[in-house]
Design a protein around this ligand. Sequence first.
Ligand code: FES
Length: 135
Amino acid sequence: MSSDFYRELILDYYRNPRNFGKLDPHDIDAKDLNPLCGDEVEMQIRVSPDKDKIEEIRFIGKGCAISQASASMLTEMAKGKPLEWVKGLSRDDILKMLGTSDLGPARIKCAMLSVKVLKTGVYTYLGAQYSEPTE
Ligand code: FES
């Protein structure tokens, strides 16, 4: 498909973000910003009762089209996935999700902000599970 199509898709997610808003109750809350511009993404996640999957996920944020569209697309992609799936998320996965392969270094930071937030949140949650007493 043409790069115009993907540009339109990114703008559509930016203007009409899917899964935008707070999630209550939630088990995971993570937030980060891009230090270059101050743009922010915060994600809230409800984990399934077996503590294994992303049952529900929402985000809020402010920033450029790529950072916000990436966060919105990522919430759609992550919903219903095992928590372990988050560990394998790569830069290439995100570029594929956005439908582009030609982002410069500054734009890559925009695209990866939401991944950083998602990984931070899930790793923190998993870390707390592993350190819980097992009795
Ligand atoms: Fe700030 Fe894109 S310009 S995250």
